[in-house]
Design a protein around this ligand. Structure first.
Ligand SMILES: Cc1cc2nc3c(=O)[nH]c(=O)nc-3n(C[C@H](O)[C@H](O)[C@H](O)COP(=O)(O)O)c2cc1C
Length: 342
């Protein structure tokens, strides 16, 4: 009986080993993984198609690593999706390898992916920054991998999903403060869309502590501008492009808050409106200067009354809106103010 049990055990071990050895050994143990990553990055940069790099970190010693490689190779849809979007490399790593120092440097470079087990996937942008580390256990199903989960992973990290070619990112990058506009009022439907984007902004406890007034009335804009010109003749004379006190915009959106106090809520709504306007081909400029004039000049009172703000509310800021008549360069931003805490 003992003999039969032993034979059965040997047969099982032999079967498992042969199934594993039948899988292609995809990890090249002879090459330096650091150089392999460098060369994949150089290749995607040189081809100029925006592809990213995915490192499938593991080794020939890891049956699940070889199984994943086999699964990917057999599925034409996954293979095509990956080929279109990534340079896909099998990065050899053996936690028990003697070249411990080298392995340590590799893990540091890839954001310590070994903590998730193997295989583990590391998505790199073209500069070699780690964009994402994917724990492969989330892609498993039964005794193999799920096609649906795998496709979802690769689609979620494809260049168009993460890069500025994403529409929202493109709109954010393209926005500028515009201070010269065409003499053409913005269509009511577009202004409505812009204002609605503002109202959709988040606010603390959803209190929506704002009032929004879209001014489409030319006499209102020209009327307060006449008052501004009388009060500031020299400033107006110095500006050769002066059309009106709202940086020459044909339309404005006044955002009012309790006592005119600046607030996170009001700021979030403003950026929503500016980005919506940008996406509709409009230019904007957030204005604080005209608010001071409106709120401190007695002669402006009839104009403010026309806005019919509730008791206790006054204008916090104004957005100039119109079709741009200039394409300003991007103002510099200090990326040194940004830090990641890991
Ligand atoms: C609260 C606030 C008030 C501003 N006030 C004025 C203003 O009165 N006049 C003006 O020309 N620009 C004003 N701006 C626009 C800023 O000068 C502009 O956003 C900044 O220089 C960055 O340029 P960018 O918007 O093109 O990226 C204001 C912006 C903010 C956020």
């Amino acid at each position: 009986m003992r003999k039969i049990a032993l034979s059965l055990l040997f047969a099982l071990v032999a079967l498992t080993a042969s199934a594993q050895s039948a899988l292609k050994r995809v990890y090249n143990e002879a090459i330096d993984p650091m150089a392999q990553i460098d060369s994949a990055l150089a290749a995607v940069r040189a081809e100029g198609k925006g592809r990213l790099v995915v490192c499938q970190v593991g080794g020939n010693w890891c049956p699940w690593c070889l199984r994943f490689a086999d699964f990917m190779e057999r599925d034409a849809e996954i293979a095509q999706l990956v080929a279109n979007n990534f340079a896909y490399i099998h990065v050899n790593y053996n936690p028990r390898s003697k070249a411990a120092q080298q392995s340590e440097a590799l893990m540091k470079r890839l954001g310590s992916p070994q903590r998730f087990g193997f295989p583990v996937f590391v998505v790199l942008d073209q500069a070699g920054n780690v964009l994402h580390i994917q724990d492969s256990s989330f892609l498993e199903e039964d005794k193999g991998y799920s096609k649906e989960k795998t496709l979802r992973f690769f689609k979620a990290w494809a260049p168009q999903a993460v890069a500025p070619s994403n529409n929202v990112m493109r709109t954010i990058e393209a926005r500028r403060s515009v201070r010269r506009y065409l003499d053409r009022p913005v269509e009511h439907a577009k202004l409505e869309q812009v204002a609605r984007a503002g109202i959709l902004a988040p606010s603390g406890m959803n209190l929506q502590p704002w009032q929004v007034r879209v001014v489409e009335n030319r006499e209102w804009i020209d009327g307060v501008t006449d008052l501004f010109k009388k009060a500031n003749p020299d400033q107006v004379k110095r500006d050769a492009h002066f059309k009106n006190m709202f940086r020459n915009a044909p339309n404005i959106i006044c955002v009012a808050t309790p006592d005119g106090q600046p607030s996170v809520d009001a700021g979030l709504m403003g950026e929503n409106m500016m980005l919506a306007a940008q996406s509709l081909g409009l230019g904007t400029c957030c204005l604080g200067g005209p608010v001071r004039f409106l709120n401190t000049t007695d002669a402006c009172k009839p104009y403010l009354d026309k806005l019919q703000l509730p008791e206790g509310y006054s204008i916090c800021y104004i957005l100039a809106v119109g079709y741009p008549d200039e394409s300003p360069e991007a103002k510099p931003r200090d990326m040194g103010k940004l830090q990641f805490v890991k």
